[in-house]
Structures are given as structure tokens and as C-alpha cells.
Write a new protein. Structure first.
Length: 246
């Protein structure tokens, strides 16, 4: 079930963002196909978060445009695009209420919202915490909750900004399992990470950013075995221990 299908493929054409005259995004050209998991890699400050914010409509580009769906329509992003931030927002209420919250804008009646939210908590292994205060959950548990809240609404495109940045290996593995399941349910995923091992485990393709530009957009295997740009080669070498796990 998707609330809007006129989203993918998505094409970014000549997109720039220059707050105060400095090019944070510099003439991006990018195409996202209809399915899969795309990992966004790049050094700190290379523009990864800004790319997600631009797709989501949280920043107004200085130039260029985003074209949505097979017809390539312009304009604002659709309701089926959702972004999750590194530190998810938790309302001061229970775990169950926080998950059910995502269904409210869709006009789902309250008892049905709670029923579906409970089923989702079972799926992500937080059912026994349903009545606890969401703000008391650990960072990893809050990430799972945020993913569940998004998943419940059936987004067509889900943008994840470093969802495992501060998680331990087992919490990271759990988030990766959930991301895979969301993808299997038909949601297109674009995910920022600094974890190169994660890119090889999860990604179908890689967008590598440097200095506000898309330096490479290639299948994940090819990115690690035959990076095309000098920037990507240096970036991968800097992360050699992860690379060797590939
Ligand atoms: N509103 C703004 N005004 C000016 N510069 C900004 C603004 N927002 C972000 N920037 C700059 O844009 C650049 C890219 O930021 P962005 O947050 O996209 O980096 P990133 O690739 O996500 O880095 P990280 O890996 O550290 O999260 C940074 O140099 C940042 O300082
Ligand atoms: Mg960032």
C-alpha cells in the first residue's frame, strides 16, 4: 500500500543550494530508480544531509529542479516522501502512541491506529515496551521506533540520515534488518552512512559525494572494487578496515 506512486523515478537536474553565496550543493545531477536501497557516502560536510533535505523539500534550491515520477513533474515533494533524522523526534507519550502517531494524518480511526501500531511493535521487537515512555528508550530503540512509525505509513521513498551513527553492533544489525524489510515491502530507500561495511551489506548502489557534488553513482560492488574518481579512491583507502570485510 503506497499513498502516492507518482514519485519514482526521481530525477535531480542541475540542483544547487548556495546559502550566503557558498555552494553547499553544486549542480547535482542524479537519477533514483523505482526500487532498491541507495547508500550515500562522503566525507563530513560533503552535502549528504543537504541532499536529503533538498529531496524532502526542507530547503529551497537556489537553482535546478527535481522531477517526480514517470511524467517528470516538477513542484513540491509528495506526501509519500519521508525523512528520518539522526536523532528521531519522540513525543512525550508512550511507545505505542508514538508509533500510532504516523497514521493520524492518514485519517485512520484511533482504535485501528493502536491495533496497527501494536502489530508493528511486534514486528520490530518492541512490543513489551508499548506502555513505556518513548523518551526513556535507548538511542537504538528510538531509531527502531522511528523506523516503525515511518514504515506504518507505507512511504514510497524513505530518506534515512545516519540511522545507525551512535548504535552498537547489535543495534546496528537490528536497524539494518528493519531497513531491509521496509525495502522488501516496496519502499525505495536512500540512506546516508559513514559505515562502509554497512554500505556493502545493505546497498544496491552508492552515491558518493564530495564538495557538494555527486562524484559517483554506481552499483555498490563496482564502487568498492573500481572507484572511478580519485576522491572516492582516497575515501575508501581511509576506511580500509571496513573495506577488507567486503
Ligand atoms: N543553512 C546553511 N547555511 C550555510 N551553510 C550550510 C547550511 N546548512 C549546511 N551548510 C553547510 O553545508 C555543508 C554540507 O552540510 P551537510 O550537513 O550536508 O554535510 P554532510 O555531508 O551531511 O556531513 P556529515 O557527514 O558531517 O553529516 C557543510 O559545510 C555545512 O556547514
Ligand atoms: Mg550529515
Amino acid at each position: 500500500m503506497h499513498i502516492d506512486d507518482a514519485i519514482l523515478p526521481l530525477r535531480i537536474r542541475g540542483l544547487s543550494y548556495r546559502p550566503n553565496g557558498r555552494a553547499v550543493l553544486a549542480g547535482l545531477e542524479l537519477e533514483l530508480g523505482i526500487e532498491g536501497i541507495t547508500l550515500v557516502l562522503g566525507a563530513n560536510g560533503s552535502g549528504k544531509t543537504m541532499l536529503l533535505r533538498a529531496i524532502c523539500g526542507l530547503i529551497e534550491p537556489s537553482a535546478g529542479r527535481i522531477e517526480w515520477g514517470p511524467a517528470g513533474e516538477g513542484g513540491r515533494p509528495r506526501a509519500g516522501v519521508m525523512m528520518l533524522f539522526q536523532h528521531p523526534m519522540m513525543l512525550r507519550s508512550s511507545v505505542l502512541d508514538n508509533v500510532a502517531l504516523g497514521l493520524r494524518p492518514l485519517g485512520v480511526p484511533a482504535p485501528e491506529r493502536r491495533r496497527r501500531a501494536m502489530a508493528m511493535l511486534e514486528r520490530i521487537g518492541l512490543a513489551d515496551r508499548a506502555g513505556d515512555s518513548a523518551r526513556q528508550l535507548s538511542g537504538g530503540e528510538q531509531q527502531r521506533l522511528a523506523l516503525a512509525r515511518a514504515w506504518l505509513t507505507g512511504p514510497r521513498l524513505l530518506l534515512l540520515d545516519e540511522p545507525t551513527a551512535s548504535l552498537d553492533p547489535s543495534a546496528t544489525a537490528e536497524v539494518e534488518r528493519i531497513v531491509r524489510e521496509i525495502r522488501t515491502d516496496g519502499t525505495r530507500i536512500v540512506m546516508v552512512t559513514h559505515n562502509l561495511g554497512q554500505a556493502t551489506r545493505l546497498g544496491d548502489d552508492v552515491i558518493f559525494m564530495a564538495a557538494g557534488r555527486v562524484c559517483e553513482h554506481t552499483p555498490v560492488q563496482r564502487f568498492f572494487s573500481r572507484p572511478q574518481s580519485e576522491e572516492a579512491r582516497l575515501f575508501i583507502q581511509g576506511e580500509l578496515p571496513w573495506h577488507m570485510r567486503f
